[in-house]
Design a protein. Structure first.
Length: 325
């Protein structure tokens, strides 16, 4: 059967026997009454995400409802056994109402009778609680195991994602520090050529008709290239036509892929130069902002701050139960 996702949380149901018994309650240490009973509630849209089949979803929640229903009736009987007359407890919905129980009349022997009556009620309640817990135990164990398995899987996935993010950052940083880039400036309106000097092909040196190589002929790191091209786009009075050597783009993608980092050249460039670039016919192209619309604030310097982040799951328990009736 096809799996679905549901919500599950561990509800701690408080058995407030002293509050329910009121002034007629006398604690009996021999009655093994737990303070709380843990029940997994399974309802869509609430709690910790958990995969299950529709049949499992129905069976788990019906078992929880049956356990809580039995506990509700046992607590109502416990209340009446202490002399109460008006009570309604519904642990499934967390609602209920009751009147308080006054102190017993002080007739001769009243304390002894109060102790005996309260002790019998506690023994009966302990028996009913034990039966309810034992009947629910297999389902509780099944859900607890599924929750533990899912948490382990989520934790492993989160750790793998974190490792992949760190590896990606390491690879991109290492590639960004290599001095293999040049760009050729040209006359206004002419394209700017960007290439890598470590690849076979035309010589980097150019003549006056082709434009001049940047600076003092030294190669640039990718981040230095990003700063230079960003500055060129900011100074330009019209859109800058930047043409990337196809071999440089392909080699950069291949170097990333060889280190198990899958990303396109534009994505790689965005990591270095910032988001103000769009896909162009010859590689990344800067988004042109007319001079009149440019901000006078200092331009941000981009440089490998990382892409994306990691997420994970933080689960917890929702606590509820009988109390305050």
């Amino acid at each position: 059967m096809t799996a679905k996702w549901t919500g599950v949380w561990l509800e701690n149901v408080r058995l407030d026997v002293a509050g329910i018994g009121g002034a007629a309650f006398r604690p009996d240490p021999s009655a093994a009454l737990p303070e709380r009973v843990e029940v997994y509630r399974v309802l869509d849209g609430r709690g910790e995400p958990l995969p299950c089949t529709p049949a499992e979803h129905e069976r788990w929640e019906l078992a929880a409802v049956a356990c809580l229903g039995r506990l509700s009736r046992a607590l109502e009987d416990f209340y009446r056994a202490h002399g109460g007359t008006m009570i309604e407890i519904d642990l499934v919905t967390g609602r209920g109402i009751r009147y308080g129980i006054g102190r017993p009349r002080r007739w001769p022997g009243w304390e002894r009778r109060a102790v005996e009556r309260s002790s019998r009620a506690q023994q009966v309640l302990a028996l009913e609680v034990g039966r309810a817990v034992e009947e629910y135990r297999p389902v509780r164990a099944e859900v607890a195991l599924r929750v533990a398995e899912e948490r382990t899987a989520r934790r492993a996935a989160m750790e793998a994602e974190q490792r992949a993010t760190r590896h990606r950052r390491t690879v991109l940083d290492e590639l960004a520090l290599r001095r293999v880039w040049h760009y050729r400036s040209a006359d206004p309106g002419e394209p700017v050529l960007v290439l890598r000097v470590d690849l076979p092909g035309p010589d980097v040196a150019t003549d006056a008709s082709e434009g001049s190589v940047t600076g003092d002929q030294e190669s640039l790191t990718a981040r230095e290239l990003a700063d230079a091209l960003n500055a060129l786009a900011v100074r330009s009075e019209s859109p800058v036509d930047i043409r990337w050597d196809e071999r440089a783009r392909a080699a950069t993608e291949a170097e990333c892929l060889a280190r198990e980092v899958r990303l396109g050249f534009l994505e790689w460039w965005h990591d270095l130069a910032g988001p103000g670039w769009r896909p162009g016919p010859d590689g990344p192209a800067p988004v042109f902002v007319p001079p009149g619309q440019r901000s006078s604030a200092p331009r941000q310097s981009f440089g490998g701050t990382g892409m994306g982040g990691t997420g994970g799951f933080s689960g917890g328990h929702s606590y509820g139960g009988f109390g305050g009736y």
